[in-house]
Design a protein around this ligand. Structure first.
Ligand code: FAD
Length: 318
């Protein structure tokens, strides 16, 4: 119920405009985001790299107002790729198709994506395509298929909460695809998605195993993109018992979440990447992070009580 409320609020402009000016919201967002500027994200990526963790950078924003905005986003990401290369950072980028103009014209979006892939491929870096809400799955997978024909250095996210994902996966596996498996962050109808956590988790595990079983196909890679330590352990056991090479998968988590687990995985020789978000348009993304964990919601409720200084401490402690 609270999750649904937060996810509905994530798309409400009235709430967004007020919340973004609220000091406690700005304070708590810093838990998930090192800063609004690219330089903040790159500095965080350099710190992670020193600890053996790779990064994925993403500029926040979705559903733009005009095609010109999409052109600006594309130019921004081209600049990011140049900066990553110049700084010799172990960092990739992750893009939302709606940021590249999908709502205006899929062909225009495709051209923007190709420009990014060509630049990233020239530097030997992978690009990830985020999966947005269910209405975009078909068009996003079309974009991915076209991109995959052009370069193996492109991957796409798949959401374990959608019923359709198993069927989508069956079509993607023969391509030798880099796939980021996530549970799914949007508010979807129970007619198309699992609503119970245990069903989403079971589907996540099933899909992860299917992807791992295809590890010998050139280009195949699984990003195990979850903070769920039980699922991480189950998938790790599958990898060990089936002698799947370490190069077939990487663990991916969000900045500021499960940091001790990220380091523990690196210590036992696993490859880990952390997705770092930055940018001014953080509100919908921040609400999705809150919706993911009851403790985060309690943190917000405590902050709504005037004079509660314990809340700030709870937020920092996580
Ligand atoms: C690298 C990466 C890329 C992603 N890309 C996409 C995408 O393209 N499309 C999409 O729909 N979704 C994406 N997501 C979000 C994903 O769908 C989930 O919403 C998110 O990862 C939370 O689910 P979980 O797998 O961690 O499991 P959950 O069951 O939500 O959480 C498991 C445990 O992880 C910890 N945890 C999880 N979330 C938080 C949080 N916000 N704050 C504090 N602790 C937390 C808690 O301990 C919780 O008990 C991405 C996630 C990651 C890590």
């Amino acid at each position: 119920m609270v999750r649904r409320l937060l996810l509905s609020a994530s798309t409400n402009a009235w709430i967004r405009d007020r919340a973004m000016k609220t000091p406690f919201v700005m304070r708590s967002v810093s838990r998930f985001m090192p800063g609004e500027q690219l330089e903040d994200a790159m500095a965080a990526a350099a710190r992670l790299q020193a600890g053996g963790i790779g990064a994925i950078l993403t500029h926040l924003g979705e559903n733009l107002g005009s095609a010109g905005d999409a052109e600006d986003v594309t130019r921004h990401y081209l600049h990011v790729l140049d900066q990553i290369h110049a700084a010799r950072l172990d960092a990739q980028i992750s893009v939302k198709p709606t940021q590249l103009g999908l709502d205006f014209d899929p062909a225009f979006c495709n051209r923007n994506l190709q420009r990014l892939i060509d630049r990233a491929s020239a530097y030997g870096h992978r690009i990830w395509i985020d999966m947005e809400s269910a209405a975009y799955v078909d068009s996003t997978l079309d974009l991915f298929r076209q991109a995959r024909e052009r370069s193996p250095l492109v991957g796409v996210a798949l959401q374990a909460y959608l019923f359709r994902t198993e069927r989508d996966l069956a079509g993607l596996l023969p391509l030798g695809a880099a796939l980021r498996l996530v549970k799914g962050a949007y508010l979807e109808s129970p007619s198309i998605s699992f609503s119970k956590k245990r069903d989403v988790d079971a589907n996540f595990y099933r899909l992860a195993c299917q992807i791992l079983n295809e590890h010998q196909r050139p280009g195949s890679l699984l990003h195990i993109a979850t903070h769920d330590s039980t699922l991480i352990d189950s998938v790790a056991r599958y990898i060990e018992t089936h002698d799947i090479p370490a190069t077939a998968s990487e663990y991916a988590m969000l900045y500021g979440i499960q940091e001790p687990l990220q380091h523990r995985l690196v210590e036992v020789g696993r490859r880990v990447r952390v997705l770092i978000s930055y940018g001014e348009h953080w509100f919908p993304w921040y609400m999705r992070r809150l919706a993911e964990r009851p403790a985060n919601i309690l943190f917000v409720i405590k902050n709504l009580i005037p004079g509660s200084d314990r809340a700030g401490k709870a937020g920092r402690a996580g």
